[in-house]
Design a protein around this ligand. Structure first.
Ligand code: LMR
Length: 340
């Protein structure tokens, strides 16, 4: 009886698929739980845990630890000294990867906006993205690096300049959907898994636009409560930053959200239908980058799905979101233009 029960749990810890995944920043606060969740993905075969020699723990230690769980995945750790250029040193780690997940860069401290992190985090992301361009140019590169609204355009434009496909660069915005779903479930009493609120726009302040009207439960919430719920979703990251009191931002919920996106990408690459919200090079609005529901396929991003019908509140919010997003995209494009 006991054996039957635990076998059920163990069956959920899978691995045994066809894809190699690297987590760059895999020994950090987001990276460690993200590695754990990715190592349980049914479509994964191999996991590289990469980090710098100043990470919370050595990446080889994370790999050793993970290699004991009952998954079929092969896990390896790779460490690099601070100051070295990733593009010259990550061959073994990245070669053969279908997906590279990048939870890297500095987190916010209370009082900071995500924008305040741009210069520092863009340079960190650039090192990793250049290594991907060299060693796994066909991989999907999922960036969990703030400010996503500017970093994704910057890195995608660097890919374009290098003759690579800019749609391989994907900004992880899934945490906004996770939060919106959770908050709707708390108000309506349904289970969060029954809720599917698309969150469009971007991943900072007013650019985070949860489209509650497009979800069955969300659309049943009293309209007078929607502006507060909208703001709560926009401010959720800041709430965690304040609660952590200078010791970082969301790590566990971000890892969960990153793994949800990673799972969709790997499912698409494996020929299964998969849709998640993400921030990508897009033609669903007049802006060149936009978060919306994205269909993933055998080559990564298959297409950005249309925004769909918005109510009056959401239309007003879309105009505000686009205005902010426009200047944040410009920051990223300028970085790419000025960088060789
Ligand atoms: C989040 O939404 O939790 C992350 O973008 C981290 C942050 O700085 O808010």
């Amino acid at each position: 009886m006991g054996a039957t029960c635990t076998r059920g749990i163990r069956k959920a810890i899978m691995g045994g698929g066809a894809h190699k995944v690297c987590v760059c920043g895999g020994a950090g606060g987001i990276g460690q739980p993200l590695c754990l969740l990715m190592s349980m993905d049914p479509n994964i075969k191999e996991l590289s845990v990469f980090d710098l020699n100043v990470a919370m723990v050595p990446p080889k230690g994370v790999a050793s630890d993970l290699s004991h769980i009952e998954s079929k995945v092969k896990v390896s750790g790779y460490e690099m000294e601070v100051g070295k250029a990733p593009k010259d040193h990550l061959m073994d780690c990245l070669f053969g990867c279908s997906l590279v997940m990048v939870p890297a860069g500095m987190p916010r401290k209370p009082g900071m906006t995500r924008d305040d992190l741009f210069r520092l985090n863009a340079d960190i992301a650039k090192g990793i993205v250049e290594a991907c361009a060299r060693f796994c140019p066909n991989a999907v590169v999922a960036l969990i690096v703030n400010p996503i609204n500017s970093i994704v355009p910057a890195m995608a434009e660097l890919y374009r300049k290098a003759g690579l496909d800019p749609s391989k660069i994907v900004g992880v915005t899934t945490l906004d959907c996770v939060r919106a779903n959770k908050f709707v479930s708390e108000i309506t009493g349904c289970h969060p898994y029954q809720v599917e609120v698309p969150v469009i726009g971007g991943h900072a302040g007013m650019t985070i636009l949860p489209v509650f009207s497009q979800d069955y439960y969300g659309s049943r919430i009293d309209p007078s409560k929607i502006p507060d719920l909208d703001r709560k979703t926009q401010d959720a990251g800041t709430e965690v930053v304040s609660a952590k009191n200078g010791k970082g931002s969301a790590t566990l919920s971000m890892a969960y959200a990153g793994a949800r996106l990673g799972r969709a990408v790997l499912a698409g690459l494996s020929g299964q239908t998969a849709v998640e919200c993400a921030y990508i090079k897009s033609d669903v609005t007049e802006l060149p980058y936009f978060a919306s529901r994205v269909q993933f396929g055998r080559k990564g991003v298959a297409r950005a799905l249309p925004i769909g019908k918005l109510n009056a509140h959401e239309q007003k919010r879309l105009a505000e979101a686009k205005a902010q997003l426009k200047s944040e995209i410009a920051t990223g494009m300028k970085y790419a233009q000025q960088t060789s």
